[in-house]
Design a protein around this ligand. Structure first.
Ligand code: GAR
Length: 217
């Protein structure tokens, strides 16, 4: 099977990037053409370099406006002609123009069971809300921040006495499973966003996001 060209956007440590790099080395049919960070010191850049992947830094602080940054970012991404753009801990709000440009070919991972806990500090907020269950979500990116159509989720229990860090680590382990899986579906041509804004998997619109536990069984 031919490999799907992919560009990954990061801002930090890049453990999700690493999970995708690892599976691309095994049998995930993607070619990671570039990893782009808005943070010059993001450790994920080193992970990419170690994997022999091109890296670029586009520091948002060097731009006068969000629009200018996003335009430059799109120009940079498009040089690599990706069929799929992955937000992997990319901590920037994106302009509607940018998001529209990549409609149906940009995914994000978010550390909560969306639509719960959009935005930041999701683990702390889940603890404060006394949630019994928490998790992570993969979705297509649309203009609504953390609100795009959901593809795949994974759940973890919230255990008595959990700290936000302990809970985050439990969720992160699941993130590393669901992101490569959703990327695989897309790369194999099984996953799409239709004109009505519905997620289509294997030819059928999803009425609810897939759950990793169902997929495994
Ligand atoms: C992950 O937990 C990801 O879900 C989250 O940032 C972390 C990045 O970790 N993303 C967001 O919060 C997006 N709003 P990583 O750099 O180790 O992959």
């Amino acid at each position: 099977m031919s490999r799907l060209p992919v560009v990954v956007l990061i801002s930090g440590g890049g453990t999700n990037l690493q999970a995708i790099l690892d599976e691309a080395k095994a049998d995930l049919p993607v070619e990671i053409r570039a990893v782009i960070s808005n943070q010059p010191n993001a450790y994920g850049l080193q992970r990419a370099q170690q994997a022999g992947v091109a890296t670029a830094v586009l520091d948002h602080r060097e731009f006068d406006s969000r629009e200018q940054f996003d335009q430059a970012l799109a120009d940079l991404i498009d040089q690599y002609q990706p069929g799929l753009v992955l937000l992997a801990g990319f901590m920037r709000i994106l302009t509607p123009e940018f998001v529209r440009h990549y409609r149906g070919r940009m995914l994000n991972i978010h550390p909560s069971l969306l639509p719960k806990f959009q935005g930041l500090h999701t683990h702390q907020r889940a603890l404060e809300a006394s949630e019994k269950e928490h998790g992570a979500s993969i979705h297509f990116v649309t203009e609504e921040l953390d609100g795009g159509p959901l593809i795949l989720q994974a759940r973890v229990p919230v255990l008595p006495g959990d700290s936000a860090e302990e809970l985050a680590a439990r969720v992160l382990e699941k993130e590393h499973q669901i992101y490569p899986l959703a990327v695989r579906w897309f790369a194999e041509g099984r996953l799409a966003l239709n004109d009505a804004g519905q997620v289509v998997l294997d030819g059928k619109p999803l009425s609810a996001p897939m759950d990793l536990a169902q997929v495994d069984s």
